[in-house]
Design a binder for this molecule. Structure first.
Ligand code: MN
Ligand code: MN
Length: 296
């Protein structure tokens, strides 16, 4: 008897994905010259909460050579400039049912990075087209890589997509953006985030400064009630101090380093500009079902 990997509450996953897709489009629409990333993040996350969901992670608003893992701090009022290439990478969760989706916009509507954006769109489409039960993730990575190369660009080889499980954004299987890295296979019913990154740089990332994103590695236990309450709120999902309004709570978190994993900004190692697109898909019997498409 074949036991399939479908989540038992699939409708909840679909609903979280619909909210995530709308949040992504809202973020893209707000990315205009003069807007601060702090204001965009607050609006996008506020939208997710207004829909009865919670952000599954802080809105990632990485810019230009930043590939991923930058969310603005409470104090970040720096504004976007025309010609910035902004990645809006967002996700909502409903009781741990998570979606993760991203798009890239050139601020101000210019065409300086049109090829980069076309390449990543094509890479995502090509990767998703490979999804079916039993497929090796190598087929997806190879398709993404080939699409980037058709445009004379490189995928970022050390960033990858991932399977998603309840309350686990990165659940164990990685979906590479190049061929030759993995022969893991996908199973029908799995929820998978496919997320190519394409660059005109070296195709690798280097760790930059702290990007204001952290998460609990494990339950810190009941000895500090404030910390216990924060763990009850965030579990092991990524969060940011921007969400923590109480100054005493922020102080506790700054001192609780041993319970916390902090994320550096991932920057393109060769100083290249990076475009990213991401959809969460369900591995259906006939292929990928796009969960984070805009449906209404
Ligand atoms: Mn992802
Ligand atoms: Mn993402």
């Amino acid at each position: 008897m074949n036991s399939l990997a479908y989540p038992p509450d699939l409708d909840r996953w679909r609903a979280a994905a619909r909210i995530s897709a709308k949040a992504r489009e809202l973020g893209i629409s707000l990315a205009v010259p003069g807007a601060s990333r702090r204001a965009i993040a607050d609006r996008v996350e506020g939208f997710i909460r207004s829909q009865g969901a919670e952000p599954a992670f802080p809105a990632n608003l990485s810019r230009n050579v930043e590939a991923a893992h930058y969310t603005p701090s409470r104090e970040d009022e720096e504004v976007l400039q025309a010609g910035d290439l902004l990645k809006v990478d967002v996700g909502a969760h409903l009781d741990g049912a998570i979606a993760d989706t991203a798009a890239t916009v050139e601020v101000g509507g210019g065409q300086k990075f049109a090829t980069l954006r076309r390449a990543v769109e094509e890479a995502l489409r090509a990767g998703i087209a490979q999804v079916q039960p039993g497929v090796s993730v190598d087929r997806i990575g190879s398709a993404v890589e080939a699409a980037a190369h058709r445009y004379g660009l490189k995928p970022i080889r050390d960033l990858s997509g991932h399977t998603i499980q309840r309350y686990l954004l990165h659940a164990g299987k990685s979906i590479p953006n190049v061929g030759g890295l993995s022969t893991v296979t996908l199973e029908e019913g799995e929820v998978v985030a496919i997320e190519p990154f394409v660059t005109n740089g070296a195709g690798r990332i280097a760790n930059g400064p702290f990007g204001n994103i952290q998460r609990f590695r494990e339950d810190p236990g009941p000895s500090d009630p404030r910390l216990a309450a924060l763990f009850a709120r965030f579990r092991t999902l990524p969060f940011t101090l921007r969400w923590v309004d109480d100054e005493e709570d922020r102080k506790r978190l700054r001192r609780a380093r041993r319970w916390l994993q902090t994320y550096p900004v991932f920057e393109e190692a060769g100083g290249g500009v990076v475009a990213q697109m991401e959809h969460t898909v369900l591995v259906g019997p006939q292929g990928a079902e796009l969960l984070t498409a805009l449906t209404d």
